[in-house]
Write a protein that binds this ligand. Structure first.
Ligand SMILES: [Zn+2]
Length: 177
């Protein structure tokens, strides 16, 4: 499974790695903006994609300890919180309208939020000297999902990798991966 998530009747029509315009010719492209889908259906769609994420340690994500939400958030593609009372990793995703591809969901929800913040415990909101957020962006660039991520997503990751490297290492040298 890769590329655009197309909601259509014949799953045999699905082709890998197609452009958004081509995907739209086959069916309705998934977006949280869609008015004809309930939130329950949207969550199920994203959960289905996220559950099969292969993590950097080789394991498959699963979902048993994840609580996903798809709330609108103009400031973040993803937000991570660990809920100590429920012991659940709480992840909110708000990829942009053309950003809901399989690779983007897995990079942001699976690699960045769940594995980077949740399992590794890296990163903080401030990103000051000594911080570790840059390591999460490096993980995303090393991931098997990187190549087919959208160029907008790649740009976001590269920019953040450079910004956090600057803040966290106090150096504006081109960072080493
Ligand atoms: Zn982060």
């Amino acid at each position: 499974m890769t590329g655009e998530i197309i909601i259509e009747n014949d799953e045999n029509e699905f082709k890998q790695g197609m452009k958004h315009e081509d995907a739209k010719k086959l069916g309705n492209v998934f977006s949280t903006d869609r008015k004809d889908m309930t939130m329950k259906a949207k969550l199920k769609t994203v959960y289905t994609v996220l559950a099969k994420t292969q993590l950097p340690d080789g394991s498959i994500l699963g979902l048993k300890d994840i609580k996903l939400s798809l709330n609108s958030d103009p400031n973040n593609l993803g937000v991570y919180n660990f809920n100590y009372s429920t012991q659940m990793h709480e992840i909110n995703l708000d990829l942009q309208s053309k950003g809901w591809t399989v690779e983007n969901i897995r990079l942001t929800g699976g690699i960045h939020e769940y594995f980077g913040h949740g399992i590794k415990g890296w990163g903080d909101r401030i990103g000051g000297t000594g911080g570790t957020h840059r390591k999460i962006y490096a993980l995303e660039m090393d991931s098997k999902y990187w190549e087919k991520a959208t160029s907008s997503m790649k740009g976001n990751i590269v920019r953040n990798y450079y910004r956090y490297s600057y803040w966290e290492t106090n150096s504006n040298a081109i960072p080493k991966v």
